[in-house]
Design a protein around this ligand. Structure first.
Ligand code: COA
Length: 258
């Protein structure tokens, strides 16, 4: 199992732990993360959730082998029933504060999920990137809706069309992250923030979270659906196949024939 979970002192921790593959997320890992979030939401003893990775890597995003062998949307659906959707639905629905400790690179869904967390602390060694287009894909889980108001249309195009990375400082400036911390301190800092909810009234916290996220909720869900349909088509495209094969063959993809 490459997801470790533990509940301690009011905080349910979800740790991505597959360092040999740079914490790439498989179908089974999304499933485990979804179950952990759903259990945390249902457990009265849990006041906040902490999502973290390994030293130097938060996650390298979706497992590219899985993208090829087990893409969400198998069988002609748009993938809405797949574990990745279940995980992201659980993250969006979680009425308790979710704190992310970005211990290193956060790629693809690694950055997308941060847009749906309440607090984000980034290691000074981290890089965030959403290289969907370079992989023949399109943005996912409402990143195409949420990034432009944060960055401005032109800067959002750099991130979503060119896949240019964010430095930790840029993530803070954009309001995607709260603070940059030394790599050795980021998890402890994020945990201390999560533990602060032990001293706060849970009903008020949940009510306030709902209000903060409420106005955009319908637009976010509608965008996730639109993006998901296109993403599922793109996963089967010859462009994506070329990008995935190039990744495993450790070469630059060649899109000149398209
Ligand atoms: N899916 C599947 N395997 C992955 C992976 C992914 N997303 N990311 C890394 N791996 C594997 C590599 O294939 C390699 O496996 P191997 O040891 O069997 O060859 C191993 O993890 C180590 O990765 P490597 O690329 O050698 O590490 P690095 O330190 O040079 O680079 C990253 C780290 C994260 C920058 C790089 O692995 C990367 O760009 N990964 C893909 C990111 C991506 O495009 N994700 C999808 C977004 S939608």
């Amino acid at each position: 199992m490459s997801i470790r979970t533990a509940t301690l002192n009011g905080v349910a921790t979800i740790e991505i732990a597959r360092p040999e593959k740079k914490n790439a997320l498989t179908v089974a890992m999304y499933q485990a993360m979804a179950e952990a979030l759903e259990a945390a939401a249902a457990d009265k003893a849990v006041r906040a959730v902490l999502i973290t990775g390994q030293p130097g890597i938060f996650t390298s995003g979706n497992d590219i082998e899985d993208f090829m062998q087990r893409p969400p949307g198998q069988g002609g659906s748009n993938g809405a029933e797949s574990p990745v959707f279940r995980f992201m639905r659980a993250l969006l629905a979680c009425d308790k504060p979710v704190v992310a400790a970005v211990t290193g690179a956060a790629i693809g869904i690694g950055t997308t999920m941060l847009l749906h967390c309440d607090f984000v602390y980034v290691s000074d060694e981290a890089r965030l990137a959403m290289p969907f287009v370079s992989l023949g894909l399109v943005p996912e889980f409402a990143s195409s809706l949420l990034l432009p108001p944060l960055l401005g249309q032109a800067k959002a195009a750099e991130k979503l069309l060119l896949g240019e990375p964010f430095t930790p400082e840029q993530a803070v400036d954009a309001g995607i992250a709260n603070a940059v911390l030394p790599a050795t301190e980021v998890v402890n800092h994020a945990r201390r923030v999560a533990e602060r909810f032990n001293a706060l009234p849970p009903g008020a916290v949940q009510g306030a979270k709902k209000l903060l996220r409420g106005p955009q909720r319908e637009a976010i869900l509608a965008t996730i659906k639109t993006e998901g349909e296109l993403f599922a088509q793109r996963l089967r495209s010859p462009e994506a196949m070329e990008a995935f094969q190039a990744f495993f063959q450790k070469r630059k993809p060649d899109f000149s024939q398209f």
